[in-house]
Design a protein around this ligand. Structure first.
Ligand SMILES: Nc1ncnc2c1ncn2[C@@H]1O[C@H](COP(=O)(O)OP(=O)(O)OP(=O)(O)O)[C@@H](O)[C@H]1O
Length: 553
């Protein structure tokens, strides 16, 4: 008589299933051997199948090995075994599998299942096999460098890391060197000093500003080590293979939202643990052969630049300042004159209005990368094509260039719902001068299902490069000695209540202001990589939920 017992803890509910027949035991033994012979190929870790061979495997009962967080030997508390029959048995041997469990809205949680049996050798075989399997997954980080901004958002960065992230990293045997930043640019400067190559990833705990700082530090360091001058806009940049992880703890966590689908520290920590990798396009911004900044989400002139500039003066208001400045900027209804010239993206498969959202394993991003690699093989890679520039002069309420949808909880579709994370292009959105009412209609469409580009005053283009020069600057350049004009511009900038149009707005570069109004922007395809996988498509979201209920009922 073979006896195998599995004791499963699920959401605090106890499940005792015994497979005292040959079938059950056979399935278990075969599964164990199969497991070892399958290494290192990805396998499905069948939980219910072990003791219910004919049970239909629902999602809840199948854990891909890539989603196992850790495996550990477990001490069994005999009191847990409420069946008198099992208490009669000799010593029990057990192991616990910590794995990722999907919840609603892209939230991940670390769940656990404990298996136990009387056969010590068999139990050890399983532990050994699963540990080897985890070790064979080379994309999982072992050593991380973590920067915590203690002042980001609601000043909870340190607490979030210590309570929600560090325990998971410990469980997954990830060691982390933690730096709590003492001032702005601490992380960026530090990245130029430390031996970054001994780490499998850099993690920032904070908001979009903190991510931007870490990204600038990492890209800058890699270019420095590769002997690349960032000031030359034509120079191809060296790609950063060290991944960046974002633990959201800021007032704005849009990059995390757009790449993971939720702002949740535990979910982000689990994406880091399983070694996810999401390449990300980065735009480099130059002015007169001088490098200004990199941008991964929104580069906005006019409306979004003015909101940022105004909100910076109201930091004391906390995150509420964005609402206040947004309302104020909307009422001021300021437009700006200038010239936008851009090079349409040709190598990319999609278009801004095709409704093809960027999701996990996005085929548009993949095809674009393949195309780029083909071009590399044929030696076309860095050939500058100077033709086919489109030039648009006009009066604009907003000029927005986005490298990703810029979705956030308030605007679940984002500024450009079909923008892609890694297709080597940006969506350039031009909102021309229109009435306040029409502009409001445009803004409202960011929050509902209607097409925000379906207005005669809104144009959207998928571009690889673009330039912008404000009329004010053009005029100044053509007649630099016209001091009166300059003073007039200055006067209006200082007095926003003035109803004439301001000379210049400010560029909002991922939440930071840029000093220059004239910019030259180039999208660098997949320059950095994140510990993320893009937003997952939950085809069977209902099945996830019903399967959990099924197990518990
Ligand atoms: N110790 C520190 N003291 C002051 N500023 C810091 C510190 N560490 C990081 N910073 C800076 O704080 C800025 C904002 O950080 P972060 O994005 O984490 O918070 P946030 O509240 O979301 O930001 P924002 O106020 O820009 O929305 C970053 O640009 C970063 O350079």
């Amino acid at each position: 008589m073979f006896e195998v017992l599995f004791y499963i803890l699920n959401k605090g509910m106890k499940f005792i299933e015994s497979a005292l027949n040959r079938d059950g035991e056979a399935v278990f033994t075969r599964a164990a051997r199969g497991l070892m012979s399958l290494i290192p190929t990805p396998l499905v870790f069948q939980v219910s199948g072990l003791w219910k061979p004919n049970h239909v495997l629902c999602r809840e009962n199948v854990v891909p090995a890539s989603e196992i967080v850790a495996v550990e030997e477990t001490e069994i508390d005999k009191k847990q075994c409420d069946s008198g029959k099992w208490q009669k048995m000799s010593k029990l041997h057990a192991f616990t599998v910590h794995y990722i469990k999907r919840a609603r809205n892209h939230r991940w949680r670390c769940s656990e299942i404990t298996f136990w049996c009387i056969d010590e050798q068999l139990c050890n075989q399983w532990i050994q096999a699963l540990k080897e399997l985890l070790d064979s997954q080379k994309s999982r980080p072992k050593q991380l460098l973590v920067y915590i901004n203690p002042y980001g958002g609601k000043r909870q960065g340190k607490r979030i890391y210590e309570q929600k992230v560090a325990p998971l990293f410990n469980l997954a045997s990830i060691s982390a060197d933690v730096v709590i930043t003492e001032h702005a640019n601490h992380a960026k400067d530090n990245l130029f000093e430390v031996n970054i190559y001994k780490y499998d990833g850099i993690v920032c705990v904070g908001g979009d500003g903190m991510f931007s700082e870490v990204m600038h530090g990492l890209i800058g360091r890699i270019q420095k080590d590769s002997g690349i001058d960032q000031n030359n806009p034509k120079t191809p940049l060296a790609q950063c293979s060290i991944r960046i992880g974002i633990i959201p703890a800021g007032s704005t966590d849009c990059i995390c939202y757009a790449t993971v689908g939720i702002i949740d520290p535990e979910t982000s920590a689990l994406h880091i643990i399983v070694g996810d990798c999401q390449p990300l396009d980065v735009s480099s911004i130059h002015h007169n052969n001088t490098f200004l900044k990199y941008s991964v989400s929104l580069l906005g002139y006019g409306f979004y630049g003015d909101i940022l500039k105004d909100s910076e003066k109201k930091r004391w208001m906390g995150p509420m300042r964005y609402d206040f400045s947004g309302f104020k900027t909307f009422l001021s209804h300021q437009y700006y004159e200038g010239t936008v010239s851009f090079q349409p993206a040709k190598g990319t498969v999609g278009s801004p209005r095709d409704k093809e959202s960027c999701r996990t394993g996005c085929h548009i991003c993949r095809q674009t990368k393949q195309l780029e690699e083909q071009q590399k093989n044929y030696g076309f890679e860095h050939k500058e094509v100077e033709d086919e520039w489109k030039v648009i002069k006009g009066k604009f309420l907003a000029i927005n260039a986005v490298n990703m949808s810029c979705a956030c909880p308030r605007s679940p579709k984002g500024l450009s719902p079909a923008a892609h994370l890694a297709d080597g292009s940006a969506d350039l959105i031009l909102v021309r001068k229109c009435s306040r009412f029409n502009f409001l209609r445009y803004l409202v469409r960011h929050t509902n299902q209607d097409d925000q580009f379906d207005f005669p005053f809104v144009d959207v283009y998928r571009v690889k490069r673009f330039q912008f020069t404000s009329k004010h600057l053009e005029d100044n350049e053509s007649d630099i000695k016209d001091v009166g004009k300059k003073r007039f511009g200055q006067f209006c900038s200082d007095h926003p209540a003035c109803c004439c149009n301001l000379a210049n707005s400010t560029w909002n570069c991922d939440g930071e202001t840029l000093d220059s109004s004239a910019v030259e922007v180039r999208v660098r395809c997949q320059l950095v990589k994140l510990f993320a996988r893009g937003i997952e498509i939950y085809k069977d979201e209902a099945a996830y939920n019903s399967s959990s209920n099924e197990l518990l009922s």
